[in-house]
Design a protein around this ligand. Structure first.
Ligand code: G3H
Ligand code: 13P
Ligand code: ZN
Length: 310
């Protein structure tokens, strides 16, 4: 078993009308929670690190822990750079042994996004590393405006972009949004399936990626709030919309917020219920178990990727 690229994962997912979960990792407990969940459901999975994760844990620690996860579980894993901000970060990850990188040029103007993405593709492909790029702007982390002001991806531009850059997968904006506060209180969550369908028609068999795809489980939010947190107003993407996207051209669904919420809820509850606890294994262990539960639930009810390793 080994670190693999996403190529074969995406081909199977596209043909099988399901998605692969890409879960953000920052420490050992999150890695273990994710891979234990994947193993329990016999599912392919992508572990991804943001620039913030690289800074927090260090690329070598993250790579070594992922190698250990492969040895311990005996499953193939892909290791991906999430929202690579520049060529240097891409290079660092390729040199560290990542099998997939994202270059996020979605904030650049179109021609600049093309030229910088092309440069990354040329470099990464020389090392057998696959590349994800992004077109369109998601509300939230990527653009400090309300959820009603997405810049949706233009399907014609998406086809032109893929043709000109040679990327292996493309993240598009159809109404998802990063973080725990995806929509204003009275805003009804909505994904633009018409855009996804048009992209799919213009780019047949090409894997599409959805960022900002956490569902923000209201039980986790309530537990955080009950045990001293304040996450009122947190709201995510309805599960059935993600399931529908997974059955279309979407082959990769990114989840970070739902892991953070589950881990935080479990740690807060442990402290709240057992004030005498001060052994990190007790509260981090509870966090790890909570991450595993989320991953299993995603695989079964959102991604549809159960038994994709078989
Ligand atoms: O899309 C962003 C991910 O949730 C990573 O967040 O930059 O805080 O690690 P981060
Ligand atoms: P969420 O904030 O919805 O979990 O999205 C994570 C993401 O897109 C990471 O790239
Ligand atoms: Zn993202």
């Amino acid at each position: 078993m080994a670190l693999v690229t996403t190529k074969n994962m995406f081909k199977k997912a596209y043909d099988g009308k399901y998605s692969i979960g890409a879960f953000n990792i920052n420490n050992m407990e999150i890695i273990q929670g994710v891979v234990n969940g994947a193993k329990a459901k016999n599912s392919a999975v992508i572990l991804q690190c943001s620039a913030g994760a690289l800074k927090y844990a260090g690329p070598k620690y993250l790579k070594a822990m992922v190698d250990a996860a492969i040895e311990e579980t005996g499953i193939d894993l892909a290791l991906h750079l999430d929202h690579g901000p520049d060529f240097e970060t891409v290079k660092l990850c390729v040199e560290t042994g990542f099998t997939s990188v994202m270059f996020d040029g979605s904030h650049l103007d179109y021609e600049e996004n093309i030229s910088k993405t092309k440069e990354v593709v040329k470099y990464a492909h020389e090392y057998g590393v696959v590349v994800e790029a992004e077109l369109g702007i998601l509300a939230g982390v990527e653009d400090d405006v309300s959820a009603s002001k997405h810049t949706y991806t233009d399907p014609d531009q998406a086809a032109d972009f893929v043709d000109k850059t040679g990327v292996d997968s493309l993240a598009i904006a159809i109404g998802t949004s990063h973080g725990a506060y995806k929509f204003p209180p009275n805003f009804k969550p909505k994904l633009r399936f018409d855009i996804l369908e048009e992209v799919q028609n213009k780019l047949p068999n090409f894997p599409i990626v959805l960022h900002g795809a956490s569902s923000v489980d209201q039980n986790a939010v309530a537990t955080c709030n009950k045990y001293g947190g304040d996450l009122s107003g947190a709201k995510g993407i309805p599960v059935e919309m993600l399931r529908k996207a997974s059955s279309m051209a979407v082959c990769k669904i990114n989840v970070d917020t739902d892991l953070r919420l589950a881990m935080t809820a479990a740690v807060r509850k442990t402290f709240g219920d057992s004030p005498k606890i001060f052994d990190p294994r007790k509260y981090l262990g509870a966090g790890r178990d909570a991450v595993q539960k989320v991953v299993e639930d995603k695989i079964e009810n959102v991604l549809g990727s159960e038994n994709s390793l078989a």
